[in-house]
Design a protein around this ligand. Structure first.
Ligand code: HEM
Length: 277
């Protein structure tokens, strides 16, 4: 069964889906894993060029091409072979480039496996939505911040260093914004919880459940709106501002704004900083 793709692109058969098989590799990202499971990215998860990634993100789920280009460029930098023009999905697990602490469905690097879906961690996250049938900026923000606090407590209890600063703050908010926007609600932040479960638990796009790709590209403006709506909805914004080393909410917002237009810009800054040391 096919669906209308963005204008000028061939239809996508969203019913074509199979999980990773032997020898296939996957990442800590539910979306790029789902695209590989749908055979939109190579099912092996290997040998993905920048143009393959950009085409997949723009022509099937309608992410704006500027953002898609930044994601794909950063993904290429995770290949340990710096002369390569492709990346494999497991390369993006490298800690500190895109991968970071406080994931909603993966453990933190200090506790071992930072890339495999962790049903215990995700179970607590999804349970925290309670009886709600759909997300809101308030619930997605609360659930995300609960995870920040749980990770912090776990690091403290284990005497491990917790890596949660401005970069991780924006990435983490950015990822919640991505699932809200790409699963259908950049303005209101309301998507059925079922869609979220299907994306994270099955690594599949919830076409069967009623999801359809956005008819217009999800842009940086959408991302900004969603990130700021999520921040605004966090009733512990002040505590979080202090946690990321910024004294006030205003300073956090300024930090985010100065680092945008693309949340991935921070990744590039972070990467150059770590290369410089
Ligand atoms: C080439 C494109 C992309 C790359 C290389 C990429 C890579 C990554 C990586 C490395 C992570 C792990 C971050 C962490 O440690 O939590 C991640 C997480 C995530 N990504 Fe992507 N991503 C891409 C595109 C997207 C898109 C288009 C979406 C749209 C829904 C998306 C949604 C997410 C979400 C929701 C998470 C958080 C997972 C969690 O917290 O457990 N990603 N991505």
């Amino acid at each position: 069964m096919s669906t209308n793709p963005p204008e000028g692109h061939p239809p996508v058969d969203w019913t074509k889906w199979e999980p990773a098989g032997e020898g296939d590799v996957r990442s800590p990202c539910p979306m790029i894993n789902a695209l590989a499971n749908h055979h939109i990215l190579p099912h092996s998860g290997k040998g993905i060029s920048k143009s393959m990634a950009v085409t997949a993100l723009t022509s099937t789920i309608n992410l704006d091409s500027t953002i898609a280009n930044v994601f794909a460029s950063v993904a290429l930098t995770t290949n340990p072979d710096h002369s390569a023009h492709t990346f494999d999905l497991d390369h993006v697990s490298t800690h500190g480039i895109i991968e970071h602490d406080v994931s909603l469905s993966r453990n933190d690097i200090a506790f071992g496996d930072n890339h495999t879906f962790n049903s215990e961690i995700w179970g607590k996250v999804i349970d925290s939505y309670g009886l709600e049938k759909e997300t809101s900026f308030e619930s997605a923000s609360r659930v995300r911040y609960e995870r920040v606090r749980a990770c912090k407590a776990a690091h403290e209890a284990a005497g491990k260093e917790f890596g949660y600063g401005v970069k991780e703050f924006v990435l983490s908010y950015g990822e919640s914004a991505l699932f809200l926007g790409l699963l259908g609600s950049p303005e209101e932040g309301k998507i059925p919880l079922k869609y979220l479960r299907v994306l994270f638990e099955d690594e599949r796009l919830p076409f069967k459940e009623g999801w359809r790709p956005s008819e217009r590209p999800i842009t940086q403006n959408d991302m900004n709106h969603m990130i700021f709506s999520l921040i605004k909805a966090n009733e512990h914004k002040a505590a979080e501002a202090a946690e990321v080393g910024l004294g006030t909410i205003h300073a956090v917002e300024n930090a985010v704004t100065s680092i945008l237009p693309s949340y991935c810009t921070i990744i590039i800054i972070g990467k150059s900083a770590s290369n410089a040391t």
